[in-house]
Ligand binder design. Structure first.
Ligand code: FAD
Length: 970
């Protein structure tokens, strides 16, 4: 019986890897036949003659006609004939499955039929999917025994199948992957790299799904309700936050309907290729899988489906057929989405899909939020985030980058700009620090800063400008036990660091995804459990960290998180370090909260929502993701964005013409935000100093004295902060004065009229706090060199308020001075406020004004004030080289005159997300961290710990010098 079926099902070609037996008899037959051919030659000639004669006989002509008909029939109705063969074949297969075991030959044949990827193979997939478990096991046993030579991943598969054994996705070997940024977990599709065909990979996915039990209570999708003591509205344990219909998806794959399975996922989740890779499935869908020893690889299947579409259709640009652009249609009112992380992106996608004109406003120059700047490419390739952007764009969605809500504009102004509703998906990007002694030192940075420098700014690649600490061969420690710690550690490892993760509990309490920790340790990353830094110790000369003192911890009783509390044992140990990366979690960024007093926030700064809703305390303003939850997960953020989209898509209270008008206004506003920021005029003020007037209408509208912008001059450049020297809201321009000191500023200095910046974001920082002083008082500005442009707008505001102002402006020499002529900025101010403004110029060499530093005239004024012969100094504002600011601060401190320094620190994102611009200040005898970008740029100069702050400017000096050499500026 078995023999018969094998012959019936034998495919035309034998699959690769199958060995044909070498048979001597065949050779004998072959030689015999060759001899016979010779003797039969005359018979062949006879036969040919007969064929020629019969060709035109009636009988043969009729036969040929019938054959033609049959062929035509077959072409028109292939299903009919297929069905006939199928019926025969399946009957035979069913009989074969009744045997004790499937034979080797049958197994090979059956597998080869599955690989044919035709109607018959689909039918066979369905057949096996619907078999009782006992027979499925028989099939798995057969492929384990008979096919594992060709597929090593089948070896041993039948042991404990389906609950305890499966085919895992393909993971690149640790020694290979820890040298590069290519994908580590290559999923099932990764097996193609080992030479397996696309269909073979499809079969591996199908085999994984074959383990599924199709549970009636669908825990993977809806989770498991908590016990009775938990609040009614608490989320279920596990389940899918974006409500993918997981059992149906698995059923479709089980039946071989891969495309339909993908379509089903897309209905609930437009980002499966992203979430499938980073979602902590072990605590969501897979965490509650009834195959609890080895849950179904739901996440892997989730991202296999879109990824396989990419393999099949690599040029898919996501164009949507019969699509009408919602902006042109203008039938629904526009919605603004703030932030382009998973929460914002899914919200934008779902609303655009329903015909809403949407604009996503993003603070960075690139989209994706943590998915891009936090999670490295070896876990999540950036092209997948680009795909999401393309999908939204193909639905008419628009993007405005370098736009910071709370700075560039307010929520209220967005509504006035035509946006009916707003979704805030701004995440929780403010890094936490330990506040232990020595944490201010060079060589200590947040994971956000480190990862942003590498992932977003590509600092590790030569052609990019952003500097990075030297890592190769260095001792790197990463403090923390979450995903961020793992990503930072594995990134540092790939850059050649000797990496140790330091965690205050044990690995069992780590909040990291299990897979990430496992991969990290495989990649030769060490783990120091039960250790917490108590202090960092550095080199007095370089101010770089060299050692850390670690407290040795033990575990106590469980805390509120349910994990055992770490407690110091009183013992400690020292460890040598070159770079410390802090991955202690993030708090909420205060920018929106500070700009919107009406927006209710929790004591942790997260945005509060109404009961059973994603709506905030402000009508028509919604939120979700980390902005509401604090540091959470990508899939929960996506789930929130989705829920908010459902709420937002309600019937609008507008007439058709009102909607048209809103759409036109919002489109115009979006266009302004997207307009390239071009240089309109360029003046060389002095050697190496240029004044640029740049078209940037939204920043010009919002700018205030004392604020700055974050400039990305070209795509591969670095993000540099620059003070707004002037602005004209009417003309839509801002003025920047740039002194070419480093290679970036030197390159900016060479930009020409008409050139556009890759992106300018702002206005950033807090505006100057202006105070109306009495007439007996004056405000003194000390400006060193290009400190004059930032001083100028603040000084002008004081004059407008009626304050007396003394400007002490110092230049190196006559050649370096600017804006002093009667028709230039300071000259014009003097003419406008002759009774309020005193100007004192100094130069180092005496070639211009007084031969002195700015501190000389200031000291004189302070002395005059002290002895009552001069005006009282209400406030000193100092802007310029850090050493000058420190000198001014030291000088004014004994006189107890309020002194403010405007700090142009080293920054990356300049919105508080990296912590790079840390300024150590002393409050009530304690060192406190301030950040120049969010707490400044103006800070009380007398509380700045200048000894600790100044060395931070030298952190990347070496890299800066190397960059200058590379660009020929040295
Ligand atoms: P975000 O992704 O933070 O996006 C917010 C966006 O808003 C950003 O682009 C930001 O620039 C922008 N923005 C902020 N303020 C403004 C403003 N005022 N105006 C305009 N735009 C603004 N989760 C997982 O599920 N799995 C993981 O493996 C995982 N790994 C992680 C690794 C790292 C390094 C980090 C930091 C987090 C990780 N997480 C992980 C957490 C997950 O990434 C976040 O929970 C998720 O990204 C939150 O999404 P979101 O949309 O709320 O915010």
């Amino acid at each position: 019986m078995s023999q018969h079926i094998d012959e019936q099902l034998q495919p035309a070609s034998v699959g690769a890897g199958e060995e044909q037996a070498y048979n001597d008899k065949d050779i004998d037959h072959y030689l015999q036949a060759s001899l016979e051919i010779e003797s039969n030659r005359h018979h062949i000639a006879d036969s040919q003659r007969q064929i020629a004669e019969l060709e035109h006989s009636n009988a043969v002509e009729l036969f040929q006609k019938q054959l033609g008909l049959l062929q035509k029939h077959l072409l028109n109705e292939p299903q009919f004939f297929q069905q006939m063969f199928i019926n025969d074949g399946t009957g035979a297969i069913a009989r074969e499955f009744q045997q004790d075991e499937l034979s080797e030959k049958f197994t090979h044949t059956f597998w080869n039929l599955l690989l044919r990827n035709d109607d018959f193979s689909s039918l066979l997939l369905r057949f096996v999917w619907h078999l009782p478990l006992k027979l499925k096991r028989k099939f798995i046993r057969a492929i384990d025994v008979h096919l594992s030579q060709r597929y090593p991943m089948f070896k041993g598969l039948s042991q404990g199948w389906p609950g305890e054994n499966n085919i895992p996705p393909y993971i690149r070997p640790a020694a290979e992957r820890n040298q590069d940024f290519d994908l580590v977990n290559q999923g099932y599709i990764g097996y193609m790299g080992l030479g397996y065909s696309f269909r073979e990979v499809e079969m591996l996915v199908w085999l994984e799904v074959l383990r599924d039990k199709q549970c009636d209570d669908r825990p993977c999708e809806i989770g498991i309700p908590h016990g009775e003591d938990v609040a009614d509205n608490s989320e279920n344990e596990g389940g899918c936050p974006v409500k993918i219909h997981i059992p149906e998806m698995l059923h479709l794959v089980g039946e071989g309907k891969f495309r339909q399975a993908f379509d089903l996922i897309k209905e609930s989740n437009p980002l499966p290729n992203v979430t499938g890779r980073v979602c902590p499935q072990e605590i969501q869908c897979q965490g509650v899988c009834t195959l609890n020893k080895r849950p179904i690889e739901i996440g892997q299947v989730e991202w296999y489906l879109p990824q396989s579409e990419k393999v099949l259709r690599p040029d898919d640009d996501f164009t949507v057929e019969d699509f009408e652009n919602p902006w042109a249609k203008a039938e629904k009112p526009p919605v603004a989405i703030v932030g382009s992380g998973p929460a914002g992106m899914i919200n934008a996608y779902l609303l655009a899909k329903q015909g809403y004109p949407v604009t996503v406003f993003e603070a960075f120059h690139q989209l994706g939020g943590v998915l891009r700047y936090g999670i490295p490419e070896f876990r999540l390739p950036n092209e997948l985030i680009d795909d999401v952007e393309k999908k939204i764009t193909s639905l008419g969605g628009k993007f405005v980058t370098n736009f910071i809500v709370g700075k560039t504009t307010t929520l209220e102004a967005l509504k006035r700009a035509g946006f009916w509703k707003i979704f805030i998906g701004t995440g929780a990007g403010l890094p936490r620090f330990m506040n232990v002694p020595g944490e201010h030192m060079n060589g200590i940075m947040s994971a956000n800063e480190f990862l942003t420098r590498v992932n977003l700014m590509r600092a590790h690649l030569e052609q990019y400008e952003t500097p990075l600490p030297k890592i190769r061969g260095k001792q790197v420690i990463v403090i923390g036990g979450g995903n961020t710690a793992m990503d930072a550690a594995r990134t540092a490892r790939r850059l050649g660091g000797k990496v140790t993760i330091v965690y205050r509990r044990t690995r069992d309490e780590m909040p990291v995804r299990v897979e990430e920790l496992y991969h990290a340790t495989e990649e030769d990353i060490k783990l120091k459990e039960l250790r917490a830094p108590r202090e960092f110790i550095g080199n007095d000369k370089t101010h770089f960290v060299t050692h850390t003192k670690l407290d040795i911890m033990e575990l106590g009783e469980p805390d509120a998180s349910g994990r055992r509390r770490p407690m110091a044992t009183g013992e400690s140990e020292e460890m040598q370090v070159d770079l410390v990366i802090m991955a202690l979690g993030n708090s909420s960024n205060p920018i929106i909260k500070d700009a919107e007093p009406e927006l209710k926030t929790s004591k942790w700064g997260t945005i509060e929502i109404r009961a059973n809703s994603q709506q905030t305390s402000i009508d028509n303003v919604y939120t979700g993701g980390d902005a509401n939850r604090g540091g959470s997960t990508a899939i929960k953020a996506a789930g929130d964005g989705m829920e908010a989209a459902k709420e937002i898509a309600a019937t609008p209270p507008f007439t058709a013409s009102e909607i048209k008008s809103l759409v036109a206004t919002a489109e115009n506003y979006t266009r302004q935000g997207q307009t390239p920021q071009r240089i309109l005029s360029r003046i060389e003020l002095a050697e190496g100093v240029v004044e640029l007037v740049v078209y940037s209408p939204l920043i010009a509208k919002a700018a205030r004295a004392g604020q700055f912008v974050r400039v990305l001059a070209w795509e591969k450049g670095e993000l540099v902060p620059m003070t707004i020297a002037d602005w004209d809201a009417g003309q839509g321009t801002i003025t920047l004065v740039v002194q070419g000191l480093g290679s970036s500023s030197m390159k900016i200095n060479r930009m020409k009229v008409g050139d556009a910046f890759a992106g300018i974001a702002g206005p950033l920082g807090l505006a100057s706090k202006l105070h109306r002083y009495q007439n007996s008082e004056t405000v003194v500005f000390t400006a060193g060199g290009v400190g004059l442009p930032p001083v100028f707008p603040i000084m002008r505001e004081h004059l407008r308020m009626g304050n007396f102002v003394t400007l002490i402006s110092g230049f190196r020499n006559r050649e370096m001075k600017f804006w002093d002529a009667p028709d230039e900025r300071i000259g014009l101010l003097q003419a406008k406020y002759p009774d309020l403004l005193d100007v004192i110029y100094t130069s180092n060499d005496g070639s211009f004004g007084k031969k002195d530093f700015v501190t000389g005239p200031l000291q004189q004024m302070l002395e005059n004030m002290k002895n009552g012969s001069g005006r009282v100094i209400g406030e000193v504002v100092t802007i310029g080289p850090p050493l000058m600011m420190r000198a001014v601060s030291d000088l004014s401190k004994p006189y107890a005159v309020k002194t403010v320094a405007s700090l142009n620190s080293i920054m990356v994102d300049a919105t508080g997300m990296c912590g790079a611009c840390m300024v150590p200040v002393i409050i009530e005898g304690k060192m406190v961290r301030k950040h120049a970008c969010v707490d400044g740029p103006e800070l009380d100069a007398h509380i700045i710990d200048w000894d600790k702050f100044l060395p931070r400017f030298l952190q990347f000096k070496k890299q800066e010098e190397e960059s200058k050499v590379r660009h020929g500026f040295a």
